[in-house]
Design a binder for this molecule. Structure first.
Ligand SMILES: NC(=O)c1ccc[n+]([C@@H]2O[C@H](COP(=O)([O-])OP(=O)(O)OC[C@H]3O[C@@H](n4cnc5c(N)ncnc54)[C@H](OP(=O)(O)O)[C@@H]3O)[C@@H](O)[C@H]2O)c1
Length: 247
């Protein structure tokens, strides 16, 4: 990571912050982009002071698609080059509300899927032309199977997982790596106070696993790794039985 120029989108997310600390500590220079101007500036200043690396920032909204090419170009201009991008935005939302009100469902879909596709489009094209680089997309284990308790969020993450899979195959030809990250439960703003959480990981633990997966050139990383086995089991439950479960 030393000297690499990395763009982090959704940079005020707890997982993204932990990742930013991890890679800034290794000497990466960063551009942080997020929708909360005050908070992203605060995070950037803190990283600069702690690790003595250049950290710039900008503001964007995930559903303002027509601004995204400029958001990405500004980041590249400020970094002077682009070696990699991390996309970590998302909204869990409220399944009950989203079932009854399409606007809520749409917000979840924009934050977790369409906004990410829109941001990754200019990034992927830039890196493809450059012939090197990496993309880390934060999806979720929730995208592995539709559950009655969160299938709107889950379907957006499932779509993102498929998008990243296709993008990986396309970009592999030009030497660009795409890592799909599927966290299980992580102790962040998103999950604060939610019932039914177990084996909760810290953002720092998740960030460490993501960096190590990138170093190992993995395509997909379940974080922590035991979620691979849990999801294998969940995916293998026959549909007739699965629909009886209160998951
Ligand atoms: N926590 C978990 O258990 C868990 C599990 C699996 C996957 N994930 C995924 O991990 C990623 C990071 O989430 P987190 O756990 O770190 O939670 P978080 O702290 O709530 O981060 C979510 C981030 O997404 C940003 N965001 C949401 N909608 C946006 C929009 N329309 N435009 C711009 N930014 C937007 C939020 O911005 P604000 O700061 O302005 O709200 C926040 O920075 C997400 O993709 C999430 O789905 C989390």
């Amino acid at each position: 990571m030393n000297g690499q120029a990395v763009l982090i989108l959704g940079a005020t997310s707890s997982i993204a912050r932990a990742l930013a600390h991890n890679i800034a500590r290794q000497g990466a220079k960063l551009h942080l982009a997020a929708r909360n101007a005050f908070e992203v500036e605060r995070v950037a200043r803190d990283l600069t002071v702690r690790y003595q690396v250049p950290v710039t920032w900008s503001v964007f909204e995930g559903s303002d698609y027509n601004t995204h090419p400029e958001v990405v170009q500004t980041a590249i201009d400020q970094l002077g080059q682009l070696d990699g991008a991390i996309v970590s935005l998302g909204e869990l939302g409220d399944q009950q509300q989203a079932q009854n009100d399409f606007e809520s469902a749409e917000r979840i879909i924009h934050s977790n899927y369409t906004g990410v596709v829109s941001l990754l489009t200019p990034i992927a094209n830039y890196l493809e032309k450059q012939g090197k680089g990496f993309i880390i997309g934060v999806s979720s284990v929730a995208g592995d199977r539709g559950r009655q308790s969160n299938y709107i969020y889950g379907s957006a993450k499932g779509a993102l997982t498929l998008f990243l899979q296709g993008l990986r195959s396309r970009l592999a030809k030009s030497g660009v790596r795409v890592l799909t990250v599927k966290p299980g439960f992580v102790d962040t703003k998103m999950t604060f106070g939610k019932p039914g959480m177990f084996w909760v990981a810290s953002p720092e633990q998740v960030a460490g696993s993501i960096v190590s997966a990138l170093d190992k050139r993995q395509d997909i990383a379940y974080v922590p790794g035991f979620w691979f086995w849990i999801m294998l089991m969940i995916r293998s439950i026959p549909e007739t039985l699965f629909k009886q479960l209160k998951l």
